[in-house]
Design a protein around this ligand. Structure first.
Ligand SMILES: Cc1cc2nc3c(=O)[nH]c(=O)nc-3n(C[C@H](O)[C@H](O)[C@H](O)COP(=O)(O)OP(=O)(O)OC[C@H]3O[C@@H](n4cnc5c(N)ncnc54)[C@H](O)[C@@H]3O)c2cc1C
Length: 312
């Protein structure tokens, strides 16, 4: 029995782990240079900067057990339960919510940890998945696509039921601006920005990492991102001006750059946790529930268990 899991983000990693733990063979394929998908950390100045997911939260007991284990091994830590709120007019007060967890080694390190007992083939861009099921012409006992809907849809050939799950599912983009300043002149962990045409969220990367580096990561509104998908760095000055103006940062950064997420999050929430197809092709990821790290892990984990049970 071998299942091909396409996509080594956290949902694909969780699915592959659940299959492996049930004794099913897994071939894990990903088109990126490194695994992690939207749990993306880039190493700059010898330290990781999180450019995708900012933090994780946990409500489900099964995911909490995984997060507790990461915390016990020093891979994750509770970061904060309070973020500021802001409007373009200025910074407001702090609002308390669930505990948000950060990582000393970057969010990608969590996917790397899940994948430690597995082999991943990177830099393989899968281009077709068809009945059989086959992946680029190669037969498997089952196939899982663990990725955003708009990335999975063009891969599906002659699979009308699976395609029907994905058509007309809108996803929106985000740009992430990372910038390092000479010193921390602000006092916040994170900040939700409302009513801005430019900024949606700001995170203090030094505080969430725990090393205190004066690095901020600001996420754009989806409207701003949609207008700059062809040339994301052109949005850099506008994002930087809005960030400095909101936080009153008097000096220019030492460096900054912009990361594009064309499919950052689904616009609407689905009620199903995954799609287990009769064709042998199944679908999981954060498109199956609210767009969060926990949702993606749970979607992959539950699909892996269901698939292992079906394969016997
Ligand atoms: C800017 C941003 C901020 C976020 N902030 C938060 C947050 O603070 N908290 C939170 O809980 N969540 C947050 N999220 C959401 C979180 O990142 C996602 O829910 C989660 O990472 C989704 O994981 P996934 O495995 O479903 O998909 P992905 O991480 O997108 O993984 C899909 C994988 O499939 C691979 N792939 C795609 N097409 C192919 C192909 N044709 N062939 C081979 N491989 C392919 C990709 O390389 C990728 O590795 C954020 C997301 C973004 C973009």
């Amino acid at each position: 029995m071998t299942v091909a899991v396409v996509g080594a983000g956290i949902s694909g990693a969780a699915c592959a782990r659940a299959l492996q733990e049930a004794g099913v063979g897994v071939t894990l394929l990903d088109r990126g240079r490194v695994p992690g998908g939207r749990l993306a950390s880039r190493r700059i100045d010898g330290r990781p900067v999180d450019l995708g997911a900012s933090y994780l939260t946990c409500r489900d007991a099964r995911f909490s057990a995984v997060v507790d284990d990461w915390c016990a091994r020093g891979l994750a830590h509770p970061w904060t339960d309070a973020f500021h709120e802001a409007t373009p007019a200025g910074l407001g007060g702090r609002k308390t919510g669930p505990v948000r967890f950060g990582t000393p080694g970057g969010m990608r390190s969590l996917v790397a940890d899940l994948l430690a007992p597995l082999e991943v083939t990177q830099q393989v861009h899968v281009s077709s998945v068809g009945p059989g099921p086959v992946v680029d012409g190669r037969a498997y006992d089952a196939v899982v696509l663990a990725m955003p809907d708009p990335q999975a849809l063009p891969l599906l050939v002659d699979l009308p039921h699976e395609r029907a799950q994905l058509v007309d599912r809108a996803w929106e983009p985000v740009l992430a601006l990372a910038a390092r300043f000479p010193a921390r002149t602000w006092d916040l962990d994170g900040c939700f920005v409302a009513g801005s045409d430019v900024l949606g969220w700001i995170a203090d990367d030094g505080r969430r990492r725990g090393d205190g580096a004066p690095v901020l990561v600001a996420h754009s509104t989806s409207a701003l991102a949609a207008g700059h998908l062809a040339d994301p760095s052109a949005a850099g000055p506008e994002l930087l001006d809005a960030l400095r103006s909101l936080l009153g940062i008097p000096v220019a950064p030492e460096w900054s750059f912009v990361q594009r997420w064309t499919y950052a999050r689904p616009v609407n929430v689905r009620e199903m946790p995954y799609w287990l197809g009769d064709s042998g092709v199944s679908l999981c990821g954060d498109g199956w529930g609210s767009p969060r790290v926990e949702t993606a892990w749970l979607s992959g984990h539950l699909l892996g268990q269901a698939l292992a049970a079906r394969l016997g």
